[in-house]
Ligand binder design. Sequence first.
Ligand SMILES: [Zn+2]
Length: 176
Amino acid sequence: MAAEDHHASLEVGMIGNEGMAGISVFMGVNRSRTLALVQGAGTALRMKSAALRKEADHVGSFHRLLHRYTHSLLTQMSLSSACNRFHTLNSRLARWLLMTHDRIGTDEFRLTQDFMSNMLGVRREGVNKVAGDLQKKKLIKYSRGHIEILDRPGLEKASCTCYGIIREDSDRSLRG
Ligand SMILES: [Zn+2]
């Protein structure tokens, strides 16, 4: 998910196989100020918003799950926002790669420099520098938009504490 002004966009949240895009429909809002961008190849399920509303109107397990998912997404967005303000670029990139790894489920994936630049809110040169730093430590392999996670525990050590907090909250919320 990204927020945009006329010149640039910044990632504000990440959605993978644990969740869904368009939670605003569940909250009774037809339009959202954020944009959903597909980051990696894969499959996804889609349903009409009217069908989602109809199902979610019944206070049952689906309704409760959507509430818990909304909570976990809000937690992720709030912590990411604080993280972007207070933590170093290296630790933020490590956090972001870990979150992507969790949601994409493979050790290798493609990410363009432009995408990472928007995601981290820095210029492309900044992206190259931090990705290069993680590569020197042999935590990832990075070449022309191709990323491979080499050392997941090492990447967890390189990340700020935000990753663990977001992960723990998401696991707990979605377990119910
Ligand atoms: Zn952080």
